[in-house]
Design a protein around this ligand. Structure first.
Ligand SMILES: Cc1ncc(C[n+]2csc(CCOP(=O)(O)OP(=O)(O)O)c2C)c(N)n1
Ligand SMILES: [Mg+2]
Length: 356
């Protein structure tokens, strides 16, 4: 039987942007507008990266359309010393944490972003492509922070599909046993590529998984940034004060294809492709900002134009940045290159024409 908190996702804003739950205290206009800007930046940058991929100028991209409230909201309570892990789908959280759009665009050119493009260390692990592995990295980081008596919290993120990997269970078990300062967020967008949620797990909600690991869990409407922020703030504060991990399931909706290599019309029922229009997290938050007098049409237009100009400037920066030398492939494998690695590095340099 489901306990009350696992019956329906926690909401502050309903689908029409009306306030139906307790508004978090001390929310300044400045903060609300900053989140709105980051959500817009996420949408615009994702669209740009898809366009660049279509032009053959960027690698495969994983669009985050429709998931901006979950991604940005899960990072809003984080401080500089906190860590964030995730896949490209959670790009909004990385942007909120201070990871630069230029670094993300450089990653999409196919190269690891150098520190000068990333900006002041935002404590974000590189995007994970191998599904689920970041859950273990997150638990490990959190256990390390506890051992070192650091005042940092780790927010680990993964998709619904990743919860079927053993890594997810191992990470939650360790975090629970060692009371690690970890908030594990499952961003449930209803799909693992073409596999719908109902074929992935028999439980009603993934948040229920916390019970088996002795980890408190919350179920939240992932398209409501205020609700995501409120749930995350509580979980992050609890972790910071020694209360241990929390599992959060944010229920959202993937608006677009799984990736630029995917065609959802092959497997998504047609109504599913349009469902997102009523659930668009940007529309919902905008309604709240207008109704609350935080934003008007003129201010909204300015934000869109400014965000677009900033995004284009950042993408240009990434495309103007030099291409790394091929032998950089061997950097950072070991603190000091082994003789074999050093030989291979030289061979690549020769083949690439760096040395004759
Ligand atoms: C270990 C592993 N298995 C399979 C894949 C192929 N793959 C890429 S994305 C994906 C589905 C992920 O679904 P979910 O965790 O729900 O994240 P979402 O893409 O929906 O954000 C799969 C199976 C992979 N990248 N890594
Ligand atoms: Mg998914």
């Amino acid at each position: 039987m489901l306990t009350k908190e696992f019956e329906t996702p926690f909401q502050i804003l309903n689908e029409d942007g009306q306030v139906v739950g307790p508004l978090p205290e001390n929310l300044s206009r400045g903060r609300l507008i900053e989140w709105y800007r980051t959500m817009w930046l996420t949408r615009l940058l994702s669209n740009k990266l898809v366009a660049l991929q279509r032009q053959g100028r960027a690698t495969t991209w994983i669009p985050s359309n429709g998931q901006e409230a979950a991604a940005v909201g899960l990072a809003t309570p984080l401080l500089d010393q906190d860590w964030l892990t995730g896949s490209p789908r959670e790009m909004g959280g990385y942007l909120q944490k201070g990871f630069s759009p230029a670094a993300i665009a450089y990653f999409c050119r196919g190269y690891p972003p150098p520190p000068e493009l990333v900006g002041k260390d935002p404590r974000c692990l590189p995007f994970t492509i191998v599904i689920g592995t970041q859950t273990l990295h997150s638990a490990g980081l959190a256990m390390a922070a506890k051992l070192k008596k650091e005042d940092s919290v780790v927010v680990g993120t993964c998709g619904d599909g990743a919860t079927s990997e053993g890594d997810f269970s191992e990470a939650l078990n360790f975090a629970g046993v060692f009371l690690a300062p970890l908030v594990m967020v499952v961003v449930n967008n209803g799909w693992a590529i073409s596999v719908p949620s109902y074929k992935q797990y028999a439980a009603k909600h993934l948040a229920q998984r916390g019970i088996g690991f002795g980890v408190p869990a919350r179920l939240v409407d992932g398209n409501d940034i205020l609700a995501v922020h409120a749930v995350m703030e509580e979980a992050v504060n609890n972790a910071r004060s020694g209360g241990g991990p929390t599992l959060v399931e944010a229920v959202t909706h993937r608006q677009a294809a799984h990736s630029t290599s995917d065609d959802p019309t092959r497997y998504c029922p047609p109504e599913n492709l349009t469902l997102w229009e009523t659930r668009d997290p940007l529309k919902r938050f905008r309604r709240f900002l207008y109704d609350g007098g935080y934003l008007d049409e003129k201010g909204d237009k300015d934000i869109t134009l400014e965000t677009e100009a900033y995004m284009n400037e950042q993408v240009q920066r990434a495309y103007d940045y030099p291409t790394p030398a091929p032998e950089n492939l061997f950097d950072n494998v070991f603190a000091e290159a082994t003789p074999r690695l050093a030989r291979q590095r030289e061979a690549v340099r020769e083949e690439a024409g760096v040395v004759k």
